[in-house]
Design a protein around this ligand. Structure first.
Ligand code: ZN
Length: 247
């Protein structure tokens, strides 16, 4: 007797995928809730699950700023920006992969990706081009001489409608999840990675290392997870306006 195995129908595949996304998002919520920080009520969970489908197959570059010989900003207590960037980036990448996005990370450890700073930024752009990415998101932490400023800030290339939409979505998400800023997304010029890619390419400054309280938060794994979750939700929000692609 020949055993017949029916091919999985599109509807079943979709149902399975939905179920998987729901489980993943429930898990993500549980992880956040288990941490030291409370996640505010952001709406129905199944709504997020449905929206997360919009990320299926999207190629997203998550760029942990600096690395290796280049520490980036250094907080008063000695927190290195490159470490914060990497920790948040790795978490954003993990969340995105769980809902079916194809994530390309420019670095996954503290190794430098080039020998000079000049070469480094070119390499990051090249990685996005080689991957034929849909989005490029660089994760950074801010530092300025005045200690009082804090909160997340997202930047996009002047004139980029898509970049603006993505930035506004992430800025809004940072404001609701981290509840530490009423800043608006801003356009920026002369940032190599932002101005040299044809795809939406943005800078997410997760907070200020120059603010002593925020430096402490940025070094905390629970807060890093929360910041990553905010970026993740912002990306979902951006794609929610676009039609879900078939597979
Ligand atoms: Zn930086």
């Amino acid at each position: 007797m020949k055993l017949k195995i029916a091919p999985i129908s599109l509807r079943t595949a979709r149902r399975l995928l939905r179920l998987r996304s729901l489980l993943v998002l429930t898990l993500a919520f549980a992880l956040v809730l288990a941490g030291a920080f409370r996640l505010p009520d952001l709406g129905a969970k199944d709504e997020h699950e449905a929206l997360a489908l919009a990320l299926l197959g999207k190629v997203i570059v998550i760029d942990a700023g600096h690395g290796g010989f280049d520490p980036g900003a250094i907080g008063g207590a000695g927190t290195l920006e490159k470490d914060v960037n990497l920790a948040v980036s790795r978490r954003v990448a993990a969340l995105l992969r769980q809902v079916g996005a194809k994530v390309v990370e420019t670095r996954t450890d503290d190794a430098a990706i080039a020998e000079t700073k000049r070469e480094d930024i070119r390499r990051r752009v090249a990685i996005a081009e080689e991957a034929e990415a849909d989005l490029f998101i660089t994760i950074q932490a801010n530092s300025i001489p005045q200690a009082q400023y804090r909160g997340g800030q997202v930047f996009y290339a002047a004139g980029s409608t898509e970049g603006k939409g993505l930035s506004e979505s992430i800025q809004q998400s940072l404001a609701s999840v981290l509840q530490n800023t009423d800043r608006q997304a801003k356009s920026i010029q002369n940032i190599y990675v932002v101005n040299n890619l044809a795809i939406p390419s943005i800078v997410v400054e997760v907070g200020f290392l120059s603010n002593p309280e925020e430096e402490k938060l940025l070094a905390d794994p629970g807060y890093q997870q929360l910041a990553a979750y905010a970026v993740f939700l912002g990306i979902i929000g951006y794609y929610a306006d676009q039609p879900v692609s078939d597979f």
